[in-house]
Each structure stands twice: as structure tokens, then as C-alpha cells.
Design a protein around this ligand. Sequence first.
Ligand code: ADP
Length: 311
Amino acid sequence: MKEKITVFGSFVVDLMGRTPHLPMPGQTVKGSFFKQGAGGKGFNQGIAAHKAGGNVAMITKLGRDSMANVALDAMDDVGMSKEFLFFNDEVVTGIALILVDENTSQNEIVIVPGACATITDSDIATVEQRIRESAYVLLQLEVNQDANEKVARLAKENGVRVIINTAPYQPVSDEFLRGTYLVTPNEVEAEELTGVHVSDLASADRAAKVLLDKGVQNVLITLGGQGVYVHTPEGSEIIPAYKVEAIDTTGAGDAFNGGLLTALAEGKTLRQAACFANALAAISVQRIGTTPSMPTRAEVDAFLEEHGGIQ
Ligand code: ADP
């Protein structure tokens, strides 16, 4: 029996349009392409963890509108439990308006978090049992922060290991970080969190120290195509990324965090889990999109076998 894991976080519908150029204020531009898909950091990470074989409770909040169906359909498509969803009757399901310049790939994004920023204490009370039973709870910073703080406190009080993916960055309290099993910024967020510019092992060690001094137990900094920095009480190192042809790195961090969570719940060490997540993310960057690009467990295992397994 695999250990239970919980992803608590955002859901938004990605509404992506490509245009010959981004509109100026007041201007209307005819677009050339539109795509709608399930998104939100929490949801992406939940799908990644589930497809990688984890026993995942996805906790998020939706509106009572047609946009909510995008989440429900995506969960049905991958056979994920909808038991842990909250609904808000008055607020819309979150959306992200993404405009992409088809010539330069520059983008403009507006996120309206909607329902997933309205998670209440009484919502959390309905999933308290599941949080208590989890081996790990994974959080990001895209829902209302008071809800994150409540879930983190509840988890820590019950000996559940908390992982915080500090994305998108916003300042957080020291209390939120204290006693956290693992914090997983990317290199930009690591600098925002610690004030240390991360460019190599030595600077990553300095950034990690700032977080360890705040009572975080382990630190992992994703370094894009460079790989991942891992700091545990046993030491620190940079595990290089797999050399692949990256086509779309949107959601690479989400793929990584979801894969990491599943691997940890299977009893892998943090270092082994980081290797597994590195492989999972390497597959996802070779595909377009976020949730559709998350690989299945069979795909990750095949990739690892082809590349000599977990080193
Ligand atoms: P984010 O999407 O949060 O900015 P990163 O860009 O740091 O996250 O990427 C997360 C992980 O995805 C990396 O640690 C690595 O495992 C993988 N990854 C990202 N870009 C590449 C790439 N070009 N080649 C191989 N793996 C990649």
C-alpha cells in the first residue's frame, strides 16, 4: 500500500491565445490560435504526482460554473479522485489569460485566482482527516496564504511532512517555514526568499543556509536546464539535468514537484526522489503544454532505464 499524499493548491483554467503581436493598451488584435486547458500550480503538481503513480488527494476550490468542468474532466481523464474538492457558489473558477506573441514568444499573463483564493477554515475542516493520514503534504503559494498556513500547521502538528514549493513567490512568515520538511524554490525564487543570488554550488549552499537557519529541514533548488541542487543533513550537491531537447519548459517545476512527492511517498531518499523528478521533468519539457505533458509512470520508468536508472 502506497503512502497517502496530499496536494493542496490552486486550480485555474489556462486560456491561451497567440497573436502576431501583443496588444497595446486600448488596442484589439486578431489572434491566430486559442487553446483552453487545466492549469494552476497546485493542480499541475497533483496531476503529475497522480500520473507518476502516487496515491494523491487533490485539494482545491472551484466555482459553480462551466470552467469548473475543465478541472472535473481533467481529473476524470486520468482517474483521479474528486472527493477532496471545495466549491464556492458565488465566485468564479480561477482563470489565467495568457497572450503569446507568435513571433517573439513573449507573453503577458493575467491570473484571476477566483474560487481557489477563497479557501476557508471550514473547508479545511472537511479534509482534516485526510491531511492527518498523509505522509507528505505539498503546498505552493497560489491560494490564499491563511489557508496554506492553516494546512501547514495542521500537518506539522500531526507529524505529516510538509513540502513548500515557493511559487509564485510572495513573502512568507518565518512561522510558515519553521519545521517544514522541504522547501523547493527555483533559482529566482531562492534569491527572492533568501537574498542570495544562486549561480553555483557555493551560492546555493549560502541560500540554503538562510532557510535552514529558519528551521527548514531540507532545501532543494531547481536550476532549470542545469538540474537541481539538493541539501540534506548528509550534505549538498547539484544533480545535473538530463540532456534533452526542451520544447516547452512551462510547468517544468510543477512536473518536478509532483514527481518528487510521489517518489518520496514510496520511501525513496530525497536524493533518489530528486533524480526521479529530474527524469519526469525532462520528459515533460520535451512536450507542449502543462498537464498534458506530464508523463505516466511507465514513461518515467522507461526513461530512467534508458538513462542508467537512478544514479
Ligand atoms: P520552474 O518551472 O519552476 O522555473 P525550473 O525551470 O527550475 O522550474 O525546472 C524544474 C526542473 O525541470 C529542473 O530542475 C529540471 O529537472 C527540469 N528541467 C527544466 N528545464 C530543463 C531542460 N531544458 N532540460 C532538462 N530538464 C529541464
